[in-house]
Design a protein around this ligand. Sequence first.
Ligand code: ATP
Ligand code: MG
Length: 390
Amino acid sequence: MKEIILIKNGEIALKGLNRGNFEDMLIKNCKRHLRSVGDFKFSKAQSTIYAAPVGEPDMDAALERLSTVYGIAALSRAAVTEKDLGAICACAGEYLADQLSAVRTFKVETKRSDKTFPLGSPQISAEVGGWLLDHFPNLRVDVHQPDLVVNVEVRDFGAYVHAGQLPGAGGIPVGSGGRAALLISGGIDSPVAGCMMARRGLEIIGVHFASPPYTSDRALHKVEQLVQKMTPWCGRIYLYVVPFTKIQELIRDNIPEDYFTLVMRRFMMRIAEGIALREDCGALVTGESVGQVASQTMQALACTDTVTALPVLRPVIGMDKEEIVERARRLDTFEISIQPYEDCCTVFTPHHPKTKPKAADLDALEQALDVEALVREAVEAAQGRVFYLE
Ligand code: ATP
Ligand code: MG
C-alpha cells in the first residue's frame, strides 16, 4: 500500500503574499531533515505539503525527524488511494486493520477539500463507517469518545486515510526571518533561548566565550555537544569560539570586583555584535531571565543593552527556571547542560556583585581598558566551526 506523509503548515498559512516563499523554505528544511532517512518527493497544495517516499524509507524515522522541523503544525502518516468511495473503504479496512481489530469503538471523520467529489463529508463518513462496521464485527460507533478516529481526506490529487495527526514543532520555518547570533554558554537557558528564536524563523549562529586555562577543553566540548543537540531544531549552526582569557584577566586586574561580571558581560555583547555584523545577523539572543542571578536585574540588563546597537532578544526573560528546564528536556539539551563543567562566567565571580549598576559608572570604569582594540582583537581571533544536522 502506498503511504505518504501529510505535513500541515500552521502559521505559514497566514502569511499572505509570502506564503509561497515560506512553504518553499519549509520544504527545503524538511528535505534536509529527511536526507539521512531516504528519498522523498515533495509537493504542496492547500496548506499541506506532501512528502511521498521514493523506494521504501523508514517511515517511522521520517516522522520522528519531521517532528523537530519548525513551521509544521501537524503531521500525519497516511495511506494514499483513489478518489473513489469503494477504494477509500477498502483502503481504510486494510491500512488500519490492526488498529480497527484492537479497539472497540471508532468514528470516521472526513475532510473534503475537493469540492467536485460527489459526496459531502458527512456522507463519506457514514459510508466508510458502515463499511467498517460490516467488516469488523468487534466495532461499534462512538462519536463522543471513540477509541480510534479514522480520518479520511479527499483532496485534489487523491484520497488519504490515516489514524490521526501528530503534533508538529509549531512556529515558522528556520531561515524565514533572517539570522541572529546566540550567546551560548554551557548552561540550561541559552540553548532554550536559541531554539525559541529558531522557532520564530531565525537562523542561529552561536558565539561562545572560552577562557582557557580557567575553563577546560571539556567545558568547550560540552558547548559543542549542546550545539549539535540543537541542530535537529535549528538546522546547521555555525559556532564561533572567542578566546576570552586576556580580557577577563584585564578586568580582574583593572576593575573593582563588584563590577567584574557586568564589565565582562558588556564585553561579551560588544564582541558578539562584532561577529553578528560580519555574519549578517540582525539581533543578539541571550538566555537571560529577570532576577535569575545578580547580573540579570533590570538595571544590569539596561547596562548591557547600551553597548550594542543591535536588538537583544531574550526569549526566556519572563520564564521561571522550571519552565526553562521543561523546555530544555523537550529539546533534549537538558542532560548535557547539567554536566558540571565551569563556564567563564564562574571565573573571578565577585562576592557582592552590583545589582543596581548605572551605565555611566561602567563607562567610566571601562576607561581603564582599551575597549575598542580588545573587542576588535577578540572578533578577529574568534574561530568558527560548523555543526550539521546528523
Ligand atoms: P545559561 O543557563 O544559558 O548558562 P545562566 O542562567 O547561567 O544562563 P549567565 O551565566 O548569567 O546565566 O549568562 C546569561 C547569558 O549570558 C546566557 O544565557 C548566555 O546567553 C550568555 N553567556 C553566559 N556565559 C557565556 C559564555 N561563556 N559564552 C557565551 N555566552 C554566554
Ligand atoms: Mg551560564
